[in-house]
Design a protein around this ligand. Structure first.
Ligand code: 4FV
Length: 256
């Protein structure tokens, strides 16, 4: 996948895209990421990229011309590239949207700053607006990184050969089941016996039940979206009444 990032702060992307899984994906050529500084497309002597809002009000607005030139420079190379603007006014980003975007060959991500971009950028150029959450960031750059990370995991070869993003949390929109590794006992908390049993059908049943229980306790909104089989539905009732969470006995946390 090719991703062009339009930003006023290209250096923000250097290290996150050089480390670990994403860094290796770039090295392996599975991800072609280019940052483009919008200020390079402000042709006046002072390379001005923002201005005061018409109608008054606080803050500044990003000017349409530098952004238009930057977008046209990339679209000239590939007219079919899909342009995404990261904004709190966009559709909520989630695993399904990440999976869908991973089917695109070329994304252009526009990162806003200040109060955002001139409305004509949206009207003339933007294909899709996406929000990573209902809070206000200082810029769209971190949102772009979140999107790149989540989408890249669906690209074959980005996750280790045996791993596919299809097995993750939110697979079937359920939260993940509890994970354990050595030591088998810590501060009186012992790994659930079933996980030590080697009985794989019992283990997957336990994991399914735990995923449903955790989802129904923490994110009932997700459970409503999950397509559960009758057996799974009965599991959720049963799961709600059982609880072998060692920590739970220690202190009540998280379940609100
Ligand atoms: C944001 C979000 C976000 C708004 C004003 C940048 C900031 C500033 N982007 N999901 N939440 N953007 O807060 O995507 O221009």
């Amino acid at each position: 996948m090719r991703i062009d990032i339009l930003t006023l702060f290209p250096n923000m992307f250097s290290s996150p895209l050089r480390e670990s899984i994403l860094g290796r994906a770039v090295e392996k050529g599975l991800l072609l990421i280019q940052t483009i500084n919008i200020r390079d497309f402000a042709l006046d002597k002072h390379q001005v990229v923002d201005d005061a809002p018409y109608g008054g009000g606080q803050g500044m607005v990003m000017k349409v011309e530098p952004i238009a030139r930057a977008i046209e420079s990339v679209k000239a190379q590939n007219p079919s590239a899909r342009i995404i603007y990261l904004t709190p006014q966009g559709k909520p980003f989630d695993q399904d949207l990440a999976r869908r975007l991973s089917g695109q060959s070329h994304l252009i991500l526009l990162c806003g700053r200040y109060e955002g971009v001139d409305e004509r950028v949206r009207e003339l150029f933007i294909d899709e607006e996406i929000s990573i959450g209902d809070y206000v960031l200082t810029g769209g750059e971190l949102a772009a990184m979140v999107l790149i990370d989540a989408v890249s995991r669906f690209i074959p070869g980005v996750l280790g050969s045996d791993r596919s993003a299809e097995e993750d949390s939110f697979f079937n929109s359920l939260l993940e089941y509890p994970q354990y590794t050595r030591p088998v006992e810590f501060k009186g908390c012992r790994v659930p016996e079933v996980l030590l049993s080697g009985n794989h059908s019992a283990i997957s049943l336990w994991r399914k039940r735990e995923a449903i229980r955790r989802t129904s306790l923490r994110r009932p909104d997700l459970l409503a979206k999950a397509s559960l089989t009758e057996e799974e539905k009965s599991l959720s009732e049963e799961a709600l009444n059982s609880n072998d969470d060692c920590g739970m006995r220690m202190k009540d946390k998280n379940e609100f």
